[in-house]
Unconditional design. Sequence first.
Lengths: 352, 317
Amino acid sequence: MIYISRRTDAPLKKAVAIKAFAILLSLVVCALVLFVMTRLNPLDIYIAMFKGSLSTQRKFWALLQNTAILLCISLAVTPAFKMKFWNLGAEGQVLIGALVSATFMFYIQDSWPSWLLILVMLVASVAAGLIWAGIPGYFKARFGTNETLFTLMMNYVAIQLVKFCIAVWVPNGSSVMGVLNRQTQCGWIPSLFGQKYLINILIVALLTVLMYIYLKYSKQGYEISVVGESEKTARYIGINVKKVILRTACISGAIGGLAGFLLCAGTGHTVSATLAGGNGFTAVLVSWLAKFNPFGMILTSLLIVFLQKGSGEIAQAFRLSDNISDVTTGIILFFIIGSEFFINYKIHLRRK
Amino acid sequence: MFGTIAYLLGSSIRQGIPLLFGATGEILTEKGGHLNLGIPGIMYVGGISGIIGGYLYEHFCANPNPALCILIPLLATIIGSGLMALIFSFLTVTLRANQNVTGLTLTTFGIGIGNFFGASLLSFFGDSGSISLLTIGGWYKAKLIPFLDFGFLAYLAVIIAIAVSFYLNRTRAGLNMRAVGENPATADAAGINVTKYQYLSTIIGGIIAGLGGLYWVMDYTGGTWTNNGFGDRGWLAIAIVIFALWKPVLGIFCSFLFGGLYICCILIPGLSSASKELITMAPYVVTILVLIITSIKNKRENQPPAHLGLNYFREDR
């Protein structure tokens, strides 16, 4: 007879051990899958993965940059998740932020000084993301509208809006927006010490620290965790639940808008419907796997970006379709998700 | 004029059938209390499983038999999408993992599997070119009723939707399943096997959704595979669930309507590409409006299942 009970006191050591074991197990399963498909020694594949994604300085910086963006979006969804507000709309909030940035670059071009344009783009993108998440937040607070489905649908509205704008801006029907302000580089985030992504990375690093402090030490952070744990308790101790829900949704969207700004002004200098590239959804996993701890998210986002990049490398090296990265990442995530159970619950075996 | 309308209607329905499969599957899943955001991935796997099954049969059998041409891909799809749904239900029901997180992972995983095998299936067998199973596709496309241009899966979609509606509203098992979705603790106290119903609703729901993928690859595209060709129809299917207020029969009409919206921008001549994008946006905007209006009106029978997206653990009180 098996009997299961919840435990809240699993020691950190044990939790880490369980997760490490799960990751190890998932790597074995991935190795099996890769072996069946390629008939190559899985160890060679993993070595190729490491070498490939860290081989050149450019690839190393690209790895950091992708991690920074994913981390930024994960930070965006975190306060909302902590409040049990399922913001699955990060994809749309990022897109709308990037779209607004691109709009400014497209219409202003170089008639403003670059610093002013960057500043205006930043503010406008953050505001756009804020509104994009504020709408579902308002209806959730006011009428209890299901935010999971609402934010999910908002993604596609944002995607279509981007496609619409590109169709208007690019009249030849190629539906691809070129790099904006290529000559003047007006509105581009400048490079620092010769590294063009360094400012992006620093901004996200700062944001990580701020988010940690906000969630852990501020009054608002406390309110978020109380509302997340139990809305009834929150109401009982005099927290204005509706206000907290709306405010947190707005913060979440604003950071998403910031990520869009970083993608447009600091990375690609353009906008496309696939700009967020599923990172809005991956961010959900990153945040959740790190138990909403911003510093933990550095690790989880690095892990996921490394897996994606590395699988891309082996796909190239062994001439596989690079969709293999989605498959292997999926397998590893399933194991990590499943391992949570053994941390949160205890299994007792009872003899009759 | 009449011909144009008939053509438009036919195209809308053909576009709507995969959505209908997806929506019916998701309705069944959600009525059992589980929000399976892995449906888009399951539909990809459903499609590619059918392709793999069909390809293997064509590859190893010199003169394919029509009945097996239909049965083997069908069986492959049921197994493939069933396994995907099993991953979801094992993680969320038995291991009590978060449903949103698991579902999103399942979608990434499923789309990855679809595109991976779609791109490399032929190279595994030393073939080159692109996948095209025209014989099997032809059998799937064969008209069931002479003057209506639909394959058998189209009728099956409607029949399944009606059957699910009957099951949920008129049978004891269906009522039990809804009870589990509304309030598993009460259902448990009443002696209903909660775990059994949760597994059943997610797995059968997943299989139904997977058939939508099969319809797409075999009937709509006639036995071919294009990477990402199925697009974001899986998410549209989830939108229909809301739009149809969790009612499968209403889902039939909503699917055809959404299918029409999906395709009308291609069919209406003289539309600028910008306005096409706005029309494509319509289904999502309308879905949001429905979501808002139902929550404002707060009518009890139009709400999502009360325990949707939450896990049940007997000892939590």
